[in-house]
Design a protein around this ligand. Structure first.
Ligand code: NAP
Length: 337
């Protein structure tokens, strides 16, 4: 082990202690263009050396492929890692290219068995509802998830992209360890309701896409910079004039990065990490990367502290972002609030 391990935080009042930054594993199998399996494996090992213990996947990432890919790493380090996976984005039998949201008991039961099988572990440490099916009361879904805890298939429960009211209703059924939602310098809608509710209820926040899906690092500036199979090409923020407007918003991030001798991505991560102190709740971002050098860079961001002046410089960015974070905002909690 190195002496450069990151700090830890508790995953909500009821959850385990984890490295204060997790690792998003989605891109290793899905969504963000071609991935090199050896490079991804080296990234996982380096992350663990640095004290990153929360690993994020979902059954939907590559139709199970991401869980299968991660399984040997998880099994080799079972006692050191906290495995987070998700259910709810189902593949309809008539069209493998589509996803439908399913929160019903028969679906959840077959999804958890399939994830356990692909991961090849006895228990999932943190099991999230990935998206909310508004036709099913959330209390019903969480009651099924609570049964999975009692049955020993799952240790802790999480919810992704729920509203503050949905979180409160869920917590009435079973303790929720974490809410996973998009939170970054570009996406701050959850600060209105979700974050204060999580704080009140002792639930941790796990920000996904804390690097704005990579855009905040400056590694791409528009959809055309990405490979044709990259799903970010469809996202409103990265196309046409929106991309031009949004690329210009990186200027204050670069200014702050220069002052710290860091990268813009590190400033984006430091900003989201610092929301823990500002809002008074555990915040464990899960930046996604497939490169060991980047996982080192990202972990280094946990040690950067931004000044009041720097926070004030970064504060106006989100309000100026052009384009929604999803083409259909009902897919996100803000679309239902
Ligand atoms: N609950 C949900 O609905 C939901 C939605 C989206 C994502 N997620 C989870 O959250 C995780 C993170 O989100 P995300 O991957 O969408 O976005 P992100 O973490 O904001 O950004 C990831 C992108 O940034 C690049 N990157 C990472 N570190 C970098 C660095 N230091 N310098 C330059 N580029 C860097 C990555 O490229 P390389 O991989 O090539 O390094 C990748 O393209 C996912 O892996 C997934 O587990 C959950």
């Amino acid at each position: 082990m190195t002496d450069s391990r990151i700090a830890t935080a508790r995953l909500g009042a009821t959850g385990p202690e984890v490295g204060v930054q997790g690792l998003g594993c989605m891109g290793m199998s899905f969504g963000y263009g071609p991935a090199d399996a050896d490079e991804s494996r080296a990234t996982l090992e380096r992350a663990l050396e640095l004290g990153v213990t929360l690993y994020d996947t979902a059954d939907a990432y590559g139709a199970g492929e991401n869980e299968r890919f991660l399984s040997p790493f998880f099994k080799a380090h079972r006692d050191e890692v906290v495995i987070a996976t998700k259910f709810a984005l189902a593949i309809p039998p008539d069209d493998p290219t589509r996803r439908v949201i399913r929160n019903d008991e028969p679906y959840i039961r077959q999804a958890v068995e399939a994830s356990l099988r692909r991961l090849d572990v006895d228990v999932i440490d943190l099991y999230y509802m990935h998206r909310r099916d508004v036709n099913i009361p959330i209390e019903e879904t969480v009651a099924v998830m609570a049964d999975l805890v009692r049955e020993g298939k799952v240790k802790h429960l999480g919810l992704s992209e729920v509203t503050g009211a949905e979180l409160r209703a869920a917590q009435g059924v079973h303790p929720i360890a974490a809410v996973q939602s998009e939170w970054s310098l570009f996406s701050r809608d959850i600060e209105a309701n979700v974050v204060p509710t999580a704080r009140e209820l002792g639930v941790a926040l796990v920000p996904y896409s804390p690097l704005g899906r990579g855009f905040l690092t400056g590694s791409f500036a528009k959809a055309e910079d990405l490979t044709t199979d990259d799903f970010r090409r469809q996202q409103p923020r990265f196309t046409g004039e929106n991309a031009t407007t949004n690329a210009a918003l990186l200027t204050p991030i670069r200014t702050v990065a220069e002052a710290h001798g860091s990268t813009p991505g590190q400033i984006a991560l430091a900003w989201v990490q610092q929301q823990a102190a500002l809002h008074g709740l555990p915040v464990i971002p899960i930046p996604g990367t497939r490169k060991a050098t980047r996982v080192e860079e990202n972990a280094g961001a946990t040690r950067i502290v931004l000044t009041e002046e720097e926070l004030a410089l970064l504060d106006p960015i989100a309000a100026q972002v052009a384009g929604d974070r999803y083409a259909d905002m009902r897919f996100a909690s803000a679309g239902r609030e």
